[in-house]
Design a protein around this ligand. Sequence first.
Ligand SMILES: Cc1cc2nc3c(=O)[nH]c(=O)nc-3n(C[C@H](O)[C@H](O)[C@H](O)COP(=O)(O)OP(=O)(O)OC[C@H]3O[C@@H](n4cnc5c(N)ncnc54)[C@H](O)[C@@H]3O)c2cc1C
Length: 329
Amino acid sequence: MNQDIYVVIEHLRGQVAEISFVMLAGARELAKGLGGNVVAVLLGHKAQGLAGNPSAGAGQCLAADRVLSLDHPALADFTSDAYQKVLTDLIRKDQPRAVLFGSTSIGTDLASTLSIKLGLPMVSSCRSFSAGGKFVSQICGGKIMAEGDLPGPTALVTMVPGGYKAEQGQSTQSPAITQVEVPALESLRVTLASYIEPESGDVDIAKEPVLVSVGRGIQNQDNIVLAEELARALGGAVSGSRPVIDQGWLVTSRLVGKSGKSVKPKVYLALGISGAPEHVEGITNSDTIIAINTDPAAPIFGVAKYGSEIDLFDLIEVLTEKVKQSKGG
Ligand SMILES: Cc1cc2nc3c(=O)[nH]c(=O)nc-3n(C[C@H](O)[C@H](O)[C@H](O)COP(=O)(O)OP(=O)(O)OC[C@H]3O[C@@H](n4cnc5c(N)ncnc54)[C@H](O)[C@@H]3O)c2cc1C
């Protein structure tokens, strides 16, 4: 048993997932108090390059003290079967103080099955740590923040975004990489048949600098055009809350929140959105949230930097016009 914090790096199609950097930032905070190292665990095949230059940009190395690389053709793509076998072996052998997983379909699959297999405690939906070894978990869809001492001997933790910025888990220096022997991976019950790319063509709201986001307050599909005009004037895109997508007023790729995308624009303008936890979960990485809602008690005002109780229909066209004028027509 040692005080090291292991972080299972999620990656897809040669890109490190943002949650991996968030976890590295959390691990650093935890390790500070516990006196251990931050260790990135990289499962894959010929994937070692991801440790040093994950997204082909400076400052995007994994901010870990070292990387354990577990390389095998059967680990090229995630399968629960192969990843579980390898991690079971590693955790049994090394006994770190904690192993962090993303609160994603991959991370939740792994952490929960490993918890049962290894008889280790699991902490789910963790948002942040304190240096003293405490965790804060965002439970009941974000309605309750639960705080506790990290259980032992090895805590398996799934982490949600929101507690740390991805940049905090990035470094300009490549960490040292150690190759770890992979156990036999024959007779796997599950293998990947093929990877189906999601349909593309729409804008990626996770990359837009400005989002004009509409909620049920927009009332009907005909009014979406008002938001589109404002977004165009601001140089951004339109996104929406769940009811707007469920009604078919916007396509699914524009959904923000728990079942949609986590966004990080410079400006997130929420028009007629109440601020339910499932929605807020996806906007906490925005630089500035501006809320327009006629209900002064709407929870969105709790996360917004600026807000107004004005009727969105009294604002939207006037604002579009003002933005156009300020840009010279
Ligand atoms: C498992 C699960 C996953 C979910 N995932 C998501 C998700 O990914 N994303 C998501 O968004 N939701 C998600 N939800 C749904 C979520 O709980 C809320 O129901 C939803 O976010 C509410 O959307 P809304 O704010 O647009 O609507 P409402 O809650 O109905 O709010 C509408 C708001 O508009 C305001 N308003 C009305 N008219 C005006 C006007 N003229 N001017 C200004 N303000 C006005 C009202 O005051 C109100 O606050 C999920 C729910 C569950 C259970």
